[in-house]
Design a protein around this ligand. Sequence first.
Ligand SMILES: [Fe+2]
Length: 182
Amino acid sequence: MFDVDEFLDDCVRANQEDKPQLAIKELIERAISDPAVLASALPPERAEITPLHASPQLTVLKVVWTPGMTFRPHNHAMWAAIGIYTGGEDNEFFRRDGPGLAPSGGRSLGVGDTVLLGGDVIHAVTNPTREHAGAIHIYGGDLFGAVRSEWDPETFEEQQYDVPAAIQYFEDQNRLFESPTH
Ligand SMILES: [Fe+2]
């Protein structure tokens, strides 16, 4: 059994270590080492971006993507550690290029994979699998309170990250996935 409250306490403690990113990444690695157990504690059944812990120092999210779901380029303005327990997250990285973005490589994450992202990373994410992707995302600060950017996926025009719009987008993806024409 996976104890979510115990995991969150461990995360808060790890975030006070000298190298919090590495300590947190280790905790995620341990948590996803038995993906089925984690999936029963944090079921990946519908798209969601749910805070499990939120403070000025640390944000821990349960993130679930519907099959095929894509999320536009965005930054976090703080380090991030991510681990996958079902499905997958294909990362497309970008760098700033004039007023827009230029592609800068990618990285596919599958079940059991973790990644650390630096504070200046800009990425778009797609779940390329036919199942819901379940992941733990941990950020070294107040993700929802931070001033961040997102970019139009076609024009790469930058705008301020819109938290309510992102939450609505996840809900829209559920409706799309559950619609009879899907
Ligand atoms: Fe992200």
